[in-house]
Write a protein that binds this ligand. Structure first.
Ligand code: BGC
Length: 451
């Protein structure tokens, strides 16, 4: 059965603020290829790995960046967010690889020459193997080691870069890897590791901010946060608050000194619990030792079934969670409430789909929702789409297509998809562009949640 997308954008004239960043993003491990000194490289290869693919050559962005940057500039974008790989810069403790720093200098020069503002992420999920071997974020020495690497990179890039993203989605690193909820390394499963990873990441946020500002006071630095629009029924509220507190609030609270908050929102998550479960969880919450045993498996089970967090009958993305472009408005409002006046950059927003019409709709509805928040006073300075190119979606591998630009897995040939021109036009006109005509509005009913 085929379902037609009902979407027909209203033509309006929405003006965005002067200097608004219109960009697209990648992360080193997901695109560069052969990131062989990192923990993810090992994670993909270990016996019984949860990863469906190995990253391998990825999209060979490490070598093809000149072509890729030219494509992004050709789309009219004015910003490119990408990451520097710690495992390449410091493949062994204290051994800085000058060639890797040269590479990122050359790449950053190319980004600037193409007229794109670089937003450089210093940590996007991966660790050097030697850091992981010492316990990763569980090792109390990791935050200082990370800060030292940040300082090295910021000094090397000098005045080429004005925007730094310190740690990408610390909540996902802790929850996904140390609670084991997302099949990320190191794959520990207990509440104690989750706690310690959160503490390590909070320290890493503080020390890396100081390192970036110490090396280049003019730069704007901030962490980028995975944030959901949350919903709960009466019974689900305590669990929802617990999860939001541990995955988002604790990190936002640590970022009061950042120059901006990176908001990354993909969906809405509903926590709806039956009366029996609610009763049991509430009782367990009263006894911390019991809660620490009960909560991790409960949370991991719920995360394995993202469709279960969507309202019955909701439309889903290929990732299995709710298709909800406007969720980003809720997270912008939350940041504006928790950190009033702080600049916000939407550093990720996007959708895994094979349907270009659906991608256009996602961007259009997202930008309209963001525009309304700007109108209501939220200091949003930019929109960076995830992702610039199809890439390695972590444990989910290459099947997920998030790219404005498609990449053929056999030939690595790049194909600009129709939605790609959409945010780029925003950059040249400063206004919400007219959505391009739908390419292929079909999607199959198997991709929707029938509740
Ligand atoms: C991450 C990206 C990831 C994207 C889509 C974000 O959590 O920063 O690395 O590919 O979401 O799942």
């Amino acid at each position: 059965m085929v379902v037609r997308s009902p979407y027909a954008p209203v033509v309006t004239d929405l003006v965005f603020p002067e200097g608004f960043l219109w960009g697209a993003a990648t992360a080193a491990h997901q695109v560069e290829g052969n990131n062989a000194a990192s923990d993810w490289w090992d994670w993909e290869r270990r016996p019984g790995t949860p990863c469906v693919d190995e990253s391998g050559i990825a999209i060979d962005h490490y070598h093809r960046y000149p072509e890729d940057i030219a494509i992004l500039a050709g789309l009219g974008l004015n910003a490119y967010r990408y990451s520097v790989e710690w495992a390449r810069v410091e493949p062994d403790e204290g051994a800085i690889d000058a060639r890797a720093l040269d590479h990122y200098r050359r790449m950053t020069d190319a980004v600037r020459t193409a007229g794109l503002t670089p937003l450089v992420t210093l940590h996007h999920f991966t660790l050097p193997r030697w850091v992981a071997a010492r316990g990763g974020w569980l090792d109390p020495a990791t935050p200082a080691r990370f800060a030292r690497y940040c300082e090295t990179v910021v000094r090397a890039l000098g005045d080429r870069v004005d925007w730094y993203c310190t740690i990408n989605e610390p909540g996902v690193v802790a929850f996904g890897g140390y609670l084991g909820a997302l099949d990320f390394p190191p794959g520990t499963h207990d509440a104690g590791s989750w706690d310690r990873a959160i503490k390590g990441l909070v320290a890493g946020l503080r020390l890396s901010l100081a390192a970036v500002k110490g090396a280049r006071p003019e730069a704007r630095a901030g962490a980028t946060h995975s944030m959901h629009e949350w919903e709960a029924d009466e019974g689900g509220r305590p669990m929802m608050e617990f999860l939001r507190g541990r995955n988002e609030d604790v990190f936002l609270a640590a970022c009061g000194g950042d120059d901006f908050v990176g908001v990354q929102t993909y969906t809405r998550v509903g926590v709806r619990l039956g009366t029996v479960t609610t009763g049991l969880l509430r009782a367990a919450m009263l006894a911390p030792w019991l809660w620490r045993r009960v909560a991790p498996p409960f949370i991991r089970r719920s995360t394995k079934n993202p469709a279960g967090s969507a309202p019955p009958g909701a439309r889903l993305t290929d990732m299995g969670y709710e298709y909800r472009p406007e969720a980003v408005a809720a997270t912008i409002r939350r940041v504006a409430t928790l950190l009033p006046g702080k600049d916000i950059v939407v550093t990720e927003h996007g959708v895994a789909t094979g349907d270009d019409a659906e991608r256009v709709e996602f961007i259009d509805r997202g930008l309209r929702a963001i525009h309304a928040e700007i109108g209501a006073g939220a200091p949003v300075r930019g929109y960076v789409h995830w992702s610039a190119f199809d890439n390695f979606e972590w444990a989910r591998g290459y099947g997920m297509r998030f790219g404005l630009v498609g990449v053929d897995r056999t030939t690595l040939e790049r194909t600009v998809r129709p939605p790609a021109r959409f945010p780029g036009e925003g950059a040249s006109t400063g206004r919400l562009p007219d959505a391009p005509p739908p390419g292929s509005p079909e999607r199959t009913a198997s991709a929707t949640n029938r509740g």
